[in-house]
Design a protein around this ligand. Structure first.
Ligand code: SF4
Length: 275
């Protein structure tokens, strides 16, 4: 893979941004993960939550203006399986960026000389990244854990801030239903027209015999959502992982984040997140 870890040399030299999927809290501690990544040579560390907020706005517009079925597309596992196994549903996939691609576009605006490196809970993100001009590399949680061991970077280190783009409420994006819960869809679609589902077997079963009343499929490939991703090595149950994400959200609401680090909508003005 052109964008895989094999094409990165650690510790990094030069300008690299780590883009952390918000599911990271099931695998690594916040906020020491930020300084641990900096010890690996990352110049900047950001989280995907602001990109998620921007794509939520696209889903709001899409659902407000469409009458037919819309299948959420932030999960490349869902996208790839639909394309390969049930191509008749391809046309219903929302042509909206994933939080990874949206965040990479925002990073390229703010840090045009930096390379973006997504830190991922799954392999499917590597496939998605190969198609994006804004995501330069992807490494997964298991690979990152090995790097921390190799370079003897301790689990807990100094607390520092993400460099930019803080957003709190989209921290639940890696949970099943996280998109629908945070996209403020009231007024665009009725509750009973939304189906939240996780686990690819369940999704495929539903699509064999879909209920006509469903207009929005908020679906994720892994059981529980990205917290159940194949590159998560945590031995915790899905329920315990979910609690970690919810605690992260609650704690973040109390954090006093200075303005230059916040993810404000005007900062992404003019960037296209859908086609
Ligand atoms: S749900 Fe699973 S396959 Fe989909 S993006 Fe998350 S970790 Fe990857």
């Amino acid at each position: 893979m052109k964008k895989g870890i094999e094409n990165l040399k650690f510790p990094l030299k030069g300008k690299y941004i780590a883009m952390l999927a918000p599911s990271f809290v099931v695998e690594f501690s916040y906020a020491s993960i930020i300084s641990r990544l900096k010890k690996l040579g990352f110049d900047k560390v950001v989280e995907l939550t602001f990109g998620a907020k921007m794509i939520n706005r696209e889903y709001y517009k899409k659902l407000k203006n469409s009458k037919g079925l819309v299948i959420a597309s932030p999960c490349p596992g869902i996208v790839e399986i639909i394309k390969a196994k049930i191509p008749k549903y391809k046309k219903y996939l929302a042509r909206i960026d994933s939080p990874m691609v949206a965040t990479a576009k925002i990073c390229k605006r703010f840090y045009p000389d930096h390379k973006t490196v997504f830190i991922s809970p799954c392999h499917y993100k590597k496939i998605e990244a190969e198609k994006s001009k804004d995501v330069d590399f992807v490494i997964d949680y298991k690979q990152l854990n090995k790097l921390f061991v190799k370079f003897k970077i301790p689990k807990y280190s100094k607390r520092i801030y993400f460099d930019k783009f803080y957003n709190d409420y989209t921290k639940i994006y890696p949970l099943s239903g996280g998109l629908g819960k945070t996209a403020h869809l009231k007024g665009t679609i009725k509750k009973e027209e939304i189906l939240v589902m996780d686990g690819i077997a369940n999704v495929l079963k539903f699509l064999k015999n879909p209920e006509p009343k469903i207009r929005f499929l908020d679906v994720l490939f892994c059981i529980g959502g990205c917290i159940g991703g194949p590159c998560v090595s945590s031995k915790l149950s899905i329920e315990a992982r979910k609690k970690k994400v919810l605690k992260y959200l609650e704690d973040s609401k109390k954090e006093d984040i200075p303005e230059p680090r916040k993810g404000l909508i005007e900062k992404a003005k003019g960037i296209k997140f859908s086609s």
